[in-house]
Design a protein around this ligand. Structure first.
Ligand code: SF4
Length: 357
């Protein structure tokens, strides 16, 4: 597409291919990280990851730093996250980047809350689309100026979305195309950005020495993330387990042999909510064919013994492996078994005295 994004636009959408050109003259990362500028970029990158992990996100459209430093911080935060290798962290980071992009798209000319637009030099076309929004959508394979989208594309994009308005039965479908309202186009674009950015992670070709150089930052992020997760999830409450996890536990106790994805999902879920390895193994001991040594090895591997700590699969993955069963009304509002658990625990909390309405 014939458009040359400005440095400011690229700093807001640093995943665009052209953004790389802005930092191509930077010294190699190993060298840059030792310089003052490298430290600033690292701080920005760590901030980015912390924001992605925070439950209270603040997206600021007016940057204080150079466009190139913003772009470099995007690249670096993906490298740090890849060095950490936690799949849930990668999910959160890409979700955050897609959210940011969405926010910048809808706030280009300012927000209803009175925030000044960040892209002051834009000209909107008759349908109120800016050149950068069309450019971005084009790079991600969506034509936002069209009122309809090919059915195949639509089905792929909305698969992880829960809202009923996106369900095909609630859409107008005509000759292989689905009609899209103007205000929904950025939402679909956000989803497409998320999926593509996630697909690229983790980077597999990061030199070991670079990960070692970044290890102090990675360790700090990991520590805070784990503490935050355990704090959020609190004491273990079996009655709040989602139906899929309850079904796996029932299967074990009734003597069924779990499939590999079943064992993996159950173990990683229990590990993520803070259950000790020995407690997880105890649960597997309810199975009639329990093999202590094999179980400890498998549990150890999934919980980080092999260098990678795995996160529990999201609902979409559970569906693919046939493990999403007995879903209930809460399921319709979540996209991860951990979110289900968190939500149900919160609902079950007794109302504190004096706070009753
Ligand atoms: S929707 Fe998610 S939480 Fe609910 S049963 Fe399926 S996988 Fe589990």
């Amino acid at each position: 597409m014939d458009y040359e994004p400005s440095g400011r636009e690229l700093s807001h959408f640093p995943f665009l291919k052209k953004a790389n050109d802005r930092i191509k003259d930077f010294p190699p990362l190993e060298v840059l990280l030792k310089e003052e500028r490298g430290k600033l970029i690292t701080n920005l990158a760590v901030k980015r990851i912390n924001q992605a992990l925070s439950s209270k996100k603040t997206i600021v459209a007016h940057f204080q730093n150079r466009d190139e430093d913003e772009i470099a911080s995007y690249v670096l935060c993906r490298i740090i996250a890849s060095c950490i290798g936690d799949l849930q962290l990668l999910d959160r980071l890409t979700r955050y980047e897609a959210e940011r992009a969405y926010h910048f798209l809808v706030s280009e000319t300012g927000t209803e809350e009175g925030e000044k637009g960040w892209n002051e030099n834009i000209t909107l076309d008759a349908d109120e689309f800016s050149p950068i929004s069309k450019y971005l959508a084009h790079e991600f394979g969506i034509n936002i100026t069209q009122e309809r989208i090919p059915l195949n594309d639509y089905v792929e994009i909305i698969a992880p979305l829960h809202e009923s308005r996106f369900k095909l039965v609630n859409r107008i479908v005509h000759r292989g195309f689905v009609e899209i309202r103007q205000e929904e186009r950025y939402e679909l674009l956000r989803e497409r950005i998320r999926v593509i950015l996630r697909r690229e992670l983790p980077y597999r070709n990061i030199p070991k020495s670079l990960c070692e150089q970044l290890a102090p930052y990675a360790e700090q992020i990991k520590k805070e993330y784990q503490e935050r997760m355990l704090q959020n999830l609190g004491a273990i409450e079996e009655s709040a387990f989602p139906p899929c996890i309850q079904a796996l536990i029932t299967a074990i106790t009734s003597g069924a042999t779990l499939t590999h994805p079943g064992r993996f999902s159950l173990t990683s879920f229990l590990h993520n909510i803070g259950m000790e390895k020995s407690q997880i193994a105890e649960l597997f001991a309810r199975a009639p064919d329990f093999d202590a040594e094999k179980t400890m090895y498998q549990v150890g591997h999934i919980t980080g013994g092999g260098g990678t700590e795995y996160s529990a699969p999201a609902c979409a993955a559970m569906r693919t492996t046939g493990l999403c069963v007995h879903s209930d009304t809460i399921c319709a509002t979540v996209n991860h078994p951990l979110s289900y658990y968190k939500y149900k625990k919160k609902m079950a909390k007794p109302v504190e005295k004096g706070k009753e309405s």
